[in-house]
Design a protein around this ligand. Structure first.
Ligand SMILES: *Cc1c(COP(=O)(O)O)cnc(C)c1O
Length: 461
């Protein structure tokens, strides 16, 4: 018998109601949550029992509503004006307004929003850039793409974010910038990071590619640094297939970004402008009018969806934090809103009869959820950095000592992140948070059922 199986259902229900789970959604009785379910004697789905979640009301992704979404899109398609023009500009103006930024430039994706921002802030050869290892590859690839060297700051496992207390020890005379990533859509401690950046005269490019409408002290993330970058890829909370944006209050920087995204032609030039004279090194990162029309339709519901994700995440958190071995995310005290691209929690196998995380995920998914282990390899451990160090260009530019990969690896170890990524983190997708109260009750029941039967599952599956 493991320790947790001694805690009764009554305890669980009581703790929930004391914590105010009912209050969040105005429920009369938290006791109802588990009324239809008894974990004792209920066979886990992975061992042939009935799943805890037999139906759910969360949507598939992306959402598309023909009645509201298609009018504008069809107008654009029928007009034949498909390359960048008014609809793209309208999308940019609206996004800048929603975010609270002076300017916005749309680009082909979040990856290139980051690449372009670094390039236009002239962060590159010879520079070091501080970044978290707990992120999507694109937060880091742009650093190397621009010729700089990423330096990894370990994470705070409670928040899943870059640990601000570990930043200063990583600063050297070569450090030029920090890329704070608001990973999973939970804001990082951006106020603290900004004050460190100010103290050491560092540039800041926020990777807000998972954090649309998230706020710290009522200010939207992406508006704290020199630049903020967003992604509108298909899986993101504001999906348009592919797409991205750079926001900033700095006019000169934004003019340079515009020029860069349009072959290096002067700011304000559009498709079909000839003979303007190319003034800068540029490339082409423009989105189409029909992408912008899709983005405008999606933007209409983002506010309401974000609100729902916040309310529902708080409710789900209040339920599952009572289950032994489940530790949900923590938000920094200055966070006034999160985006919840993902709902993360930590899994402690000690409370699950030593069952490895992947077996836990399989068992929970058999109950009818779809959760995953997320980023299981830290970006600091990926071979592309070694590959860059061995390239002709890096060898030309950097001293041999700086490209000593063994030394680099040792200096960039992030042990907290390793444990988080390989053993502890579990993610639930953002669309689940658009479900109804019954869905979260069922999810909590599914996880609790796996916990109560952990010993059996671990031996038999
Ligand atoms: C999605 C994402 C990106 C890249 O965005 P794309 O539009 O896919 O290129 C960058 N950083 C993070 C944290 C992301 O989640």
């Amino acid at each position: 018998m493991n320790k947790s199986s001694k805690s009764t259902r009554r305890d669980f229900i009581k703790k929930n109601s004391l914590l105010g789970a009912g209050a969040v959604l105005g429920l009369g009785s938290a006791g109802k949550v588990f009324a239809s379910y008894s974990s004792e004697g209920s066979t886990p789905a992975i061992l042939g029992g009935k799943p805890a979640i037999t139906s759910h009301s969360w949507p598939g992704w992306p959402i598309w509503k023909p009645e509201t979404d298609e009018k504008r899109l069809m107008e654009v398609i029928r007009s034949g004006v498909w390359s960048r023009r008014n609809v793209v500009s309208e999308f940019e103006e609206k996004w800048a307004k929603v975010i609270g930024s002076k300017r916005c430039l749309s680009v082909v994706n979040g990856t290139n929003a980051l690449n372009a921002s670094l390039a236009q802030l002239e962060i590159g050869w010879g520079d070091e850039v501080l970044v978290t290892p707990y992120t999507f590859i694109a937060s880091v690839s742009g650093i190397v793409f621009n010729g700089a060297i990423p330096v990894f700051v370990d994470v705070d496992p409670e928040t899943f974010q870059m640990d601000p207390d570990k930043i200063e020890e990583k600063i050297t005379p070569r450090t030029r910038a920090i890329i704070p990533v608001h990973i999973l859509g939970l804001p990082c401690d951006i106020e603290k990071i900004m004050s460190i950046a100010k103290k050491h005269d560092l540039l800041v490019v926020e990777d807000a590619c998972q954090a649309w409408l998230a706020e710290v002290n009522h200010k939207k993330v992406g508006t704290f640094g020199n630049a903020g970058c967003f992604s509108f890829q298909n899986s993101k909370n504001l999906p348009m297939g592919e797409g991205g944006a750079i926001v900033s209050d700095d006019d000169e920087f934004m003019d340079r970004c515009y020029s860069f995204h349009n072959y290096g032609n002067p700011f304000g030039t559009t498709a079909g402008t000839f003979g303007a004279g190319t003034v800068r090194i540029g490339t082409k990162l423009r989105i189409t009018e029909y992408q912008a029309a899709i983005g405008l339709a999606q933007m209409e519901r983002l506010e309401e969806q974000t609100e729902a994700r916040n309310v529902n995440a708080a409710y789900l958190k209040s339920l599952i934090q009572e289950i032994p071995g489940i530790i949900p995310y923590k938000l920094y005290p200055n966070v006034t809103r999160a985006a919840f691209h993902l709902f993360p929690f930590r899994y402690k196998k000690e409370e699950f009869s030593g069952m490895p995380r992947d077996k836990f995920i399989k068992a929970v998914n058999a109950e009818g959820l779809h959760c995953s282990h997320g980023y299981n390899i830290g970006v600091n451990k990926m071979p592309f950095i070694k590959n860059a160090f061995e390239s002709k260009y890096f060898k030309k530019f950097y001293a041999k000592e700086q490209l000593n990969y063994d030394k680099y690896t040792r200096e960039n170890e992030c042990p907290v992140n390793d444990t988080l990524g390989t053993e502890e983190a579990v993610w639930i997708g953002q669309e689940v948070l658009l479900g109804a109260k019954q869905d979260f009750d069922n999810i909590a029941q599914a996880i609790e059922k796996v916990q109560k039967n952990a010993d059996l599952i671990n031996r038999k599956s």
